[in-house]
Design a protein around this ligand. Sequence first.
Ligand code: FES
Length: 153
Amino acid sequence: MNVSEIDIIDLTIREFEGKKGVLIPLLQKVQEKLGFLSNKTIREISKQTSIPVSVIYGVVTFYTQFRTKPIGKNLIRVCHGTACHVANAPKISEAIYTELGIEPNGTTEDLKFTVEEVACLGCCSLAPAMMINEKTYGRLTPAKTRKILDTYR
Ligand code: FES
């Protein structure tokens, strides 16, 4: 872990200083800044907050929002909410996994893409939908999805 990462953790902890029950928001903030929560990050948070490592691990492994591995440069969120599910979302995910050669919710080896299956993205009229980074794509078909992926390669 480099000095700037330790500084980021230190500064984030200070934002929550003196408040109670802040472990989850603290972990969310650190993850937002560093991309994921590595073993080293968790140990550093433990060291600086005196919260036992086992407690932090318990939280990180319980909530699916936390990641312990690095994420790809492009985060693909495929919606599996009800509207999208009915509109064939599983076929869209399947096309993405096959195209990228990864397991469900995986990351490509070159760290270019991470895929997450998520609940409603809030644009059900566009079902089936996905987001890549901050951009939303709707009315997807497997073929359209593959074309979109190509633009990020
Ligand atoms: S269910 Fe997919 S956007 Fe709402």
